[in-house]
Design a protein around this ligand. Structure first.
Ligand SMILES: NC(=O)c1ccc[n+]([C@@H]2O[C@H](COP(=O)([O-])OP(=O)(O)OC[C@H]3O[C@@H](n4cnc5c(N)ncnc54)[C@H](O)[C@@H]3O)[C@@H](O)[C@H]2O)c1
Length: 341
């Protein structure tokens, strides 16, 4: 299959690598607005410089392609994705689906109207850690989940669009954790209360810190707290998690998964203040044949060949976008937000 990758700097590196590793996908062309990045990446990846165009319409006019990989900043996602879909080319796009909820809905409309696949790269779902969490929860070992808390602290200096966005943490980063909540809980958000703020030492123009309380349709409550301008005790990019379940707790700290169960010791065994628990148990991480972008690219190719869809199609991912922008709305208005689907 021949693809056009749009945007080859930054996160484009991960996709250049995934395509070059793939036995079934090759480049028809690349698109990059910045000539210096085009030169640099052509040298670094051994790309044919004559196949790197300045804009997608030029590439579409000059090469035959089967699909587009969109790795541009969020504000360009709508223009590029809709152009590709209308040209009949399936799209594999970086998250967020689009820079605004209106743009995201326009992409879903285009995918519906054209009947062409648009898939969103929610790569955090396809990691050993997150697949391990998913499998423990799905095994039923701890019973039903009642509540989840998520804690995320990092202090990266990216420069670029993230330092100019109004809500960098929520829209560019917490989106991964919010999408994971939907993935783990197999449910969509219904009610949201949230606040965001920018600590005095922050190097972002927008709010680098936020807290949100999210109620899911299944009844599970999730508490999220995070910051992108933390100075110490940073968490993993995957965040720390605690799932309070019917028969125990699943905890994920610094990418280590542990569980502990409440022991059934009968009426004589304890009393309200003396619960007995199993020894905390470290859950080994599952091994995956393919992770992250490699998995997503394979899933996308397979869906095109079979005429099917992907787990994170635009039609599914719009629920992640509604959650993300619901949290933004709750922060901006100071009022709780109800989502209905
Ligand atoms: N899934 C993840 O873990 C992850 C990590 C980082 C970034 N991302 C996402 O990837 C996307 C890109 O982010 P980034 O960090 O690579 O940004 P970036 O600004 O570092 O790189 C974007 C690249 O696209 C090019 N570009 C911009 N507009 C273009 C256009 N209209 N046509 C062609 N090329 C264009 C830029 O010149 C640059 O080379 C964003 O949506 C971001 O959220 C995802």
């Amino acid at each position: 299959m021949k693809v056009i990758q749009v945007g080859i700097g930054g996160m484009g590196n991960a996709w250049l690598g995934a395509v070059q590793r793939s036995p079934t996908v090759e480049f028809a062309a690349l698109v990059e607005v910045n000539a210096a990045i085009a030169d640099q990446q052509a040298a670094a990846y051994g790309l044919d410089r004559s196949l790197i165009f300045r804009a997608l319409p030029e590439a579409l006019a000059q090469v035959d392609a089967d699909a587009v990989i969109n790795v541009t900043p969020p504000q360009f996602h709508r223009e590029i994705s809709v152009l590709a879909l209308e040209a009949g080319l399936p799209v594999l796009s970086e998250k967020p689906l689009a820079g605004t909820l209106d743009d995201a809905r326009a992409i879903v409309d285009a995918a519906e109207r054209t009947g062409v696949l648009h898939s969103v790269a929610q790569n955090y779902r396809y990691r050993p850690l997150t697949q391990t969490i998913k499998r423990v929860l799905a095994s039923g070992r701890l019973g039903a989940v009642g509540a989840v808390s998520v804690e995320f602290y990092k202090g990266p200096h990216f420069g670029g669009f993230r330092e100019e966005m109004p809500q960098p943490l929520i829209v560019d980063m917490a989106i991964h954790h919010f999408d994971l909540l939907r993935f783990f809980l197999e449910s969509d958000a219904r009610s949201i209360g949230a606040r965001s703020w920018n600590p005095p030492w922050s190097w972002y123009s927008g709010d680098a810190s936020a807290a949100a309380q999210i109620g899911f349709a299944s009844g599970v409550q999730a508490s999220y707290v995070g910051s992108w301008c933390s100075k110490a005790f940073e968490t993993s990019w995957n965040a720390n998690w605690r799932f309070d379940c019917e028969r125990g707790v699943l905890r994920v700290q610094d990418d280590v998964v542990r569980l502990q169960r409440l022991l059934d010791v009968g009426a004589a065994g304890g009393g309200a203040l003396r619960n007995q628990h199993s020894q905390p148990e470290v859950v080994p991480l599952v091994e995956l044949a393919r992770e992250g972008q490699d998995y997503l690219l394979d899933e996308f190719v397979e869906a095109i060949h079979c005429g099917g869809s992907t787990a994170t199609s635009a039609q599914d991912n719009i629920a992640t976008m509604e959650l993300v922008f619901g949290v933004v709305r709750a922060c901006e208005t100071g009022e709780s937000v109800e989502l209905s689907r």
